[in-house]
Design a protein around this ligand. Structure first.
Ligand SMILES: [Zn+2]
Ligand SMILES: [Zn+2]
Length: 275
């Protein structure tokens, strides 16, 4: 049994029950009263995703900062960015988050409407095919995220009007975990588009795709913390900090494999060899 274009109403009911359950859990826990139950389903999903993104961003970023700038500071020897720089990043990210929430809401809506190749149970395809599809999904994301990011640099008006907002933080001393989601809202949505396109092209386990989308919030926190893990081919902060300082290296997202393939890798030991 494959994905929803061939699967009929049962899948669509399961997707909808799943997203209703997410809304019940989060909105039920965070909002007073039950006025939100009267909202149309897509608006309720958007509201839940907006609150979810805020929660994820604040909890992850504040905890991350507490660990690297306070609790384990002696281990990481990180220079602490000014409070002013971090405040700006928090404001830029906070303004954009209701717009970012349109991405998971759109992904859910597409699956619930039967437009995607999403499947619901891993047993529908079996574990071996689940892993094959997951690998294809991640390769597609890495390819798509690399090229969208590279294009937002190479198409100059897009860089100037959108992506430059994220590149105000162009030195180690101004980058912090809070920069992870500090984008112009349109840029943030553009950078996430491969997440929307992937389930239209590939069999995708619905719940896994939602988890991956939200884990982006944790991943982008990690690659902006300036801690140079440098584990090839993972796109750690060592590589992504170079992206912020040279603007023409390391456009990749989870790894530098696409940079390696398309000739844009910048190695930390070359760029930071002054240390
Ligand atoms: Zn960039
Ligand atoms: Zn960045």
């Amino acid at each position: 049994m494959a994905a929803s274009p061939h699967a009929g109403g049962d899948y669509l009911r399961l997707f909808r029950e799943e997203t209703e359950w997410y809304s019940e859990m989060l909105l039920g826990a965070m909002l007073p009263g039950d006025w939100w139950r009267g909202l149309p389903h897509p608006v309720r999903s958007w509201l839940r995703n907006t609150l979810g993104v805020y929660l994820l961003y604040y909890v992850t970023s504040f905890l991350w900062c507490f660990v690297i700038y306070y609790w384990k500071r002696h281990a990481y020897k990180n220079s602490i960015p000014s409070t002013e720089a971090m405040k700006k990043q928090i404001i830029v990210a906070s303004k954009a988050m209701p717009f970012y929430a349109l991405v998971p809401t759109g992904c859910e809506y597409m699956a619930e409407s039967g437009w995607t190749w999403c499947f619901f149970h891993i047993s529908d395809v079996g574990w071996p095919m689940y892993l094959v599809y997951l690998a294809l999904y991640l390769i597609f994301l890495e390819f798509g995220l690399y090229w969208v990011h590279r294009m937002t640099h190479e198409i100059k008006p897009i860089y100037k009007h959108l992506h430059s907002t994220h590149h105000i933080y162009n030195k180690e001393s101004t980058l912090s975990p809070f920069a992870g989601l500090a984008f112009d809202p349109v840029d943030g949505i553009l950078q996430a588009l491969p997440h929307v396109i992937a389930p239209l092209l590939l069999p995708t386990h619905f719940r896994t795709s939602i988890v991956i989308l939200f884990l982006e919030g944790v991943w982008t926190t990690n690659i902006h913390d300036c801690i140079h893990g440098n584990i090839w081919p993972v796109m750690g902060a060592g590589y992504h900090t170079i992206h912020h300082t040279t603007y023409r290296h390391n456009y990749g997202h989870y790894t530098i494999l696409m940079d390696w393939l398309f000739g844009t890798v910048g190695e930390p030991e070359d760029i930071f060899k002054k240390d």
